[in-house]
Design a protein around this ligand. Structure first.
Ligand code: ADP
Ligand code: MG
Length: 356
């Protein structure tokens, strides 16, 4: 509510004098799990010395101030800020202009980026709009990956896209990680099996991890449901920038099918099942085996072979026959390869024929 928002702003002004001296908080523009974001005005009238981001004048007058919840772990806050420092010069990542700490409060200052609401964009966009959106998204990922950073939470609300200027900026590096260097670690710990199908476990879920007496494998699983790639769901320990590419592929799938969210399951095993519906059992089993994992499915009707993306788009988005574009679908296939080693890189995707 408006009143709640005024109270929040008053509370920050009172408890964060350092911030209040320099910025006037105008209104709340976002609220995530880890923060509240306000649109603000710089009271000191500062401007950017160089505008390598080609930000429009409004972005220079207004700021977005991300106030991180006091309950956030200091390590997490440190990690987010250090990624923003590393990406300070990346032209398609919203640059951190300043950061404050006062007692247990931390705030990050970014230029205010005008952006579309994905929920109104995806049902109305044209194929050309999808082309520009995806190009901007892949540019952001190329910059991020070039700096050796995996974002880990690529999704529409973390990519601010200005439809009129056809420019986009990646935000929210709260879950980002420094890419691990080197080649595949040869040592694989015990194999967890994922079984999906008829409810048989006590939790009565559709899919579950097979009861296994061996020690559990620990692998990163930070991210948002519906955007996690097979390697994260199968707990492959060596995860790479390819996981952001998968998420970009899921966004493109939403745009082409006109369905958002496209994948929407709450558990990892069910998420794997959703992916299996598209890619077929064989692709998932082959990929799992390659990474020393195993995958069983007890649903007799689950297809062995993939469902063609062409078919999926025709079925789900029947009013848009123009979306059945062979170049668009080829790019989609490259982004959504089940095996992360086969997935296209952001840099290579930018020269895909879809963009020529
Ligand atoms: P969280 O970690 O809480 O998800 P985000 O950094 O993703 O925080 O910001 C939450 C929301 O605030 C975004 O989805 C977006 O709507 C808005 N937002 C964040 N940064 C900016 C910005 N620089 N300009 C405009 N809006 C922003
Ligand atoms: Mg976010």
């Amino acid at each position: 509510t408006y009143q709640g928002e005024r109270a929040d702003i008053a509370h920050i002004n009172e408890n964060f004098p350092l911030l209040a001296q320099q910025y006037r908080l105008l209104r709340k523009i976002g609220e995530g799990t880890f923060s509240v974001v306000f649109k603000a005005q710089d009271l000191l009238g500062r401007t950017l010395k160089e505008n390598r981001w080609q930000l429009p004048p409004a972005s220079l007058r207004y700021m977005a101030i991300k106030c991180i919840h006091v309950t956030s772990a200091p390590e997490r806050i440190h990690s987010e800020i250090s990624k923003l420092v590393a990406l300070r010069r990346a032209p398609s990542v919203a640059p951190m202009l300043d950061a404050f700490r006062y007692e247990d409060r931390v705030a990050i200052v970014l230029p205010y980026i005008k952006h579309i609401d994905f929920r109104s964009f995806y049902p109305t966009c044209s194929l050309d709009d999808i082309r520009h959106y995806m190009y901007a998204l892949l540019l952001s990922l190329r910059d991020t990956h070039k700096a050796g950073i995996v974002h880990r939470d690529v999704k529409p609300t973390n990519f601010l896209y200005d439809h009129h200027r056809r420019r986009g900026f990646l935000v929210d590096f709260g879950l980002a990680q420094v890419r691990r260097g080197g080649i595949h670690k040869p040592l694989y710990p015990p194999t967890p099996s994922t079984i999906v199908g008829t409810p048989r476990s006590e939790s009565n879920q559709l899919g579950y991890l097979l009861r296994d007496s061996r020690p559990t494998v620990r692998a990163d699983r930070a991210g948002t449901r519906g955007f996690r790639p097979p390697e994260v769901l199968l707990k492959v320990e060596h995860q790479t920038t390819a996981l952001d590419i998968w998420a970009a592929g899921v966004i493109m799938l939403c745009l082409l099918t006109g369905r958002y969210p496209f994948f929407n399951s709450s558990s990892d095993a069910e998420a794997l099942l959703e992916i299996t519906c598209v890619h077929g059992q064989m692709a998932i089993k082959t990929m799992a085996a390659k990474y020393h994992r195993s995958f069983h499915c007890t649903i007799p009707s689950m297809r062995n072979h993939p469902t063609e993306f062409t078919r999926l788009i025709r079925l789900l988005n029947e009013d848009r026959p123009d979306f059945l574009d062979s170049k668009a679908i080829d790019l989609l296939e490259q982004l959504l390869k089940v095996d992360p080693a086969e997935r296209v890189s952001a840099a290579d995707a930018l020269s895909h024929p879809f963009f020529v």
